[in-house]
Design a protein around this ligand. Structure first.
Ligand code: EPZ
Length: 422
């Protein structure tokens, strides 16, 4: 298991190429199951989660060729319609094959994803939505098996609470169901918009994506297509928070206008962080002036609110500010695994239920810490870059699930960061 070593305390200055969005690439790859025609996807980030999805789809008889950041996929009738626990437990997004498989073949058996470091991660909304479309589910020895007699039927579905994955599973299934499906209280994340644009390129009939009400008219068949994945807004936000924590000036390339306006909106309270949109939104210059008298109150919300996927990174980036800040985590029940590790670095943090309070600017000292989940590991990177002395981060496979070459990108900004291959 590799480690990452950081000698912190330096400002960041340089240019970073943002990779394609993991949380857009994963559902789009799963959607390749909806057709037997060839799909070509570019700007795919080279990540452990992408490799896990490739392994899973290959086990379902999808022929896949991967070169650098491009993937060609072509699905044929699978020998088995079952996705094993071993594959699904590694990555919750594996559950996104359920809707496409049932829509295409009338049956699928997928291991329940199980919990992870940030929460129990139930799938009830996925199942209740597909049940409305005629699927009957049974759960045996950790596997959920869905079956339908004949074709999937379009239906009016209202999600009890907003779920990105449930919206994606139902959306994909509805593209080749019989008749009209309306998803009310749908997730509005940019990744849903990207998936919808991809499905429309395959010939799907979708309206209202990016709003809370999505209408899909099922088609008999979908065709193949080529598609470029959108840039990763969470990687972009992570680098912005690196600059906020360390000071300096970093230019992000390969972003887009939506990401620029989203980051300007969610970081509005960080008064000393300047986000300068350039090149018609394709580049974003991030600068931090030295005013550290910052006190903010932020709660994580569904899009377009402050994303839960940036909560841990925001916590770290505030650790040298002179004010008192509060962050409330509203989406997941246990997304605070990074707090104890940050406290080991001298951070002054208090946890009260779903609220974390940052209340002093003691100097951060480098220490040996352990990554526990994807976004917690990037918050430890930020703290290490801000701290005096050396920080060693263990279990960086968590980081490699969602960040492509992050240490190389930070080295290009002058950071003293090395990967120690063990
Ligand atoms: C997606 O996860 C993202 N993952 C997550 O990013 C992200 O944090 C999350 O959306 C919220 O934005 C991918 O896109 C691959 P949800 P997902 O269904 O779809 C509850 C990262 O770091 N819920 O919107 O699993 C659930 O427990 C990852 O890149 C149910 O109760 O999230 C959570 O509390 C982490 N029943 C809330 O809804 C369900 O059936 C939001 O979950 C489904 C979800």
């Amino acid at each position: 298991m590799d480690k990452i070593e950081i000698i912190g305390g330096k400002p960041l200055n340089g240019t970073v190429k943002i990779s394609g969005a993991k949380n857009s690439a994963l559902p789009i790859m799963a959607a390749s199951l909806l057709t037997n025609k060839k799909i070509s996807i570019s700007n795919v980030p080279d990540l452990l989660d992408i490799n896990s999805m490739i392994q899973l789809l290959r086990s379902l008889n999808v022929e896949i060729k991967k070169s650098a950041n491009k993937i060609d996929l072509q699905s044929s009738i699978p020998k088995s319609l079952s996705a094993s626990y071993d594959l699904v437990r590694k990555m919750r997004a594996s559950f996104l094959i359920l809707g496409p498989l049932i829509a295409r073949y009338g049956e699928a058996s997928v291991s329940l994803p199980g919990g992870c470091a940030i929460g129990t991660r139930p799938v009830n909304l996925h199942l209740s939505g597909l049940e409305k479309m005629g699927v009957s589910f049974s759960i045996n020895s950790g596997y959920v098996t869905g079956k339908i007699k004949g074709k999937l039927k379009g239906a009016a579905i209202t999600l009890k609470n907003i779920s990105v994955g449930a919206t994606e599973n139902i959306l994909m299934a509805a593209t080749i169901a019989d008749g009209k499906t309306v998803i009310n209280n749908a997730a509005k994340e940019p990744e849903i918009i990207d998936l919808s644009k991809f499905l429309i390129k395959m010939g799907a009939n979708i309206r209202g994506y990016g709003t809370k009400r999505i209408t899909i008219i099922g088609r008999k068949k979908l065709s193949g297509c080529s598609y470029k994945i959108m840039p990763d807004r969470i990687e972009s936000g992570t680098f912005a928070l690196c600059v906020f924590g360390c000071s300096g000036a970093v230019k992000l390339l390969n972003v887009n206008k939506e990401i620029c306006s989203h980051l300007k909106k969610i970081f509005k309270q960080l008064k000393s962080l300047k986000l300068i949109v350039m090149n018609n939104g394709k580049s974003l210059l991030i600068k931090k002036n030295n005013n550290n008298n910052i006190s903010i109150k932020i709660k994580t919300e569904e899009y377009p609110g402050f994303p839960t996927d940036l909560q841990a990174q925001l916590t770290s980036s505030l650790l040298k500010t002179k004010g008192k800040s509060e962050i409330i985590e509203n989406i997941f029940e246990n997304r605070f695994m990074h707090i104890s590790e940050l406290i080991r670095m001298g951070a002054c943090l208090k946890l009260k239920g779903s609220k974390v309070i940052i209340n002093c600017s003691k100097t951060l000292k480098g220490a040996e810490v352990m990554a526990t989940d994807l976004r917690a590991s990037s918050s430890l990177i930020i703290a290490g870059l801000m701290a005096n002395g050396k920080t060693t981060i263990n279990r960086v496979y968590h980081l490699d699930r969602g960040y492509e070459n992050i240490e190389k990108k930070l080295q290009l900004c002058g950071a003293k960061i090395e990967r120690i291959k063990l």
